[in-house]
Design a protein around this ligand. Structure first.
Ligand SMILES: [Zn+2]
Length: 289
């Protein structure tokens, strides 16, 4: 059932586990996430990127998420979140339609601009009694990895400065903070490391729950240590993409005679559900519904 995101995240922070925030862009992924939450009796956050909204249309995607949450998922707490909102108009549309939380990602802007944009969105969100997430430091994607490897940029320079986090939260008034502590968006086996000491320092300096982005590919031990050091929400996208694609490829190869899209998609839904359940167990949110 859809509930305020504060209810889900505050409980996780208090009891020292993390809630998974899983990305969706269609019916099948949403089914997998909601069914996994029900099977694990776990709270869950369903989130959409701006490109997912462009792919499926905001009204349609919002209806899929809320309808599934309030029917199939009626026994578990579920909240809907906008991931990496950069388009101010779209962020406000998400707030208006009924999202429970929005991420204003102005992390590529200078300090002052990041503060003013994050503060602006926090005010709009709070007027509708929902939460806003901001980002301090930069979390790279695949293109950034190449620059890192070429030595054009240094991870150290991109990470969240623990000395600035408290001032940033105080000035923006946001409810959660996306931190840059060494992870990269996308799946990069063995390359990623979490700067746990930095994470501890950030967590000690602010009261708001911290969000880990770019988590796909980390070991379960790294997740557990990060949760112990102050992470309350973990974003997962790539894991589900891989589960979907691998399963789809297998099904299509094995059943060349099948043309019913439901028979082709079902194993992929099951594979993604299994992956979500696996992450829920690692994050410690099973039986916390
Ligand atoms: Zn992210």
């Amino acid at each position: 059932m859809i509930v305020p995101i504060s209810q889900i995240i505050n409980k996780a922070k208090k009891q020292k586990y993390a809630v998974g925030a899983f990305n969706t862009s269609n019916l099948e992924i949403t089914l997998a996430i909601v069914r996994a939450a029900v099977a694990q009796k776990s709270p869950v956050i369903i989130q959409t990127s701006e490109s997912a909204i462009r792919y499926s249309n905001l009204e349609t995607l919002f209806a899929i998420m809320t309808t599934l949450a309030n029917t199939v998922g009626k026994k578990v707490p579920i909240a809907i979140h906008l991931d990496h909102g950069k388009d101010l108009k779209l962020i406000q549309e998400c707030i208006k339609i009924g999202y429970n939380s929005v991420h204003i990602d102005a992390s590529l802007e200078k300090w002052q601009k990041n503060i003013s944009l994050s503060q602006k969105i926090a005010r709009v969100a709070h007027a509708k009694k929902i939460w806003a997430q901001a980002e301090l430091g930069t979390i790279l994607g695949a293109e950034g990895l190449l620059k890192l490897e070429m030595g054009e940029i240094k991870m150290e320079d991109l990470m969240t400065d623990p000395g600035k986090a408290a001032e940033f939260i105080q000035k923006t008034g946001v409810d959660t903070l996306a931190v840059s502590v060494g992870t990269i968006h996308g799946h990069f086996k063995g390359v990623e490391k979490v700067d746990q000491a930095r994470l501890q320092k950030i967590a000690a300096s602010v009261k708001v729950p911290l969000v880990l982005h770019g988590g796909s590919g980390l070991s379960s031990q790294t997740f557990k240590t990060a949760i112990k050091n102050g992470i309350s929400v973990i974003n997962i996208d790539t894991n589900l993409r891989i589960a979907f694609k691998n399963s789809l490829q297998k099904t299509v190869n094995a059943k060349m005679d099948k043309i019913d899209p439901r028979k082709i998609m079902q194993p992929s839904i099951d594979a993604m559900q299994k992956e979500v359940e696996k992450m829920i167990k690692i994050f410690g949110s099973s039986n916390k519904a």
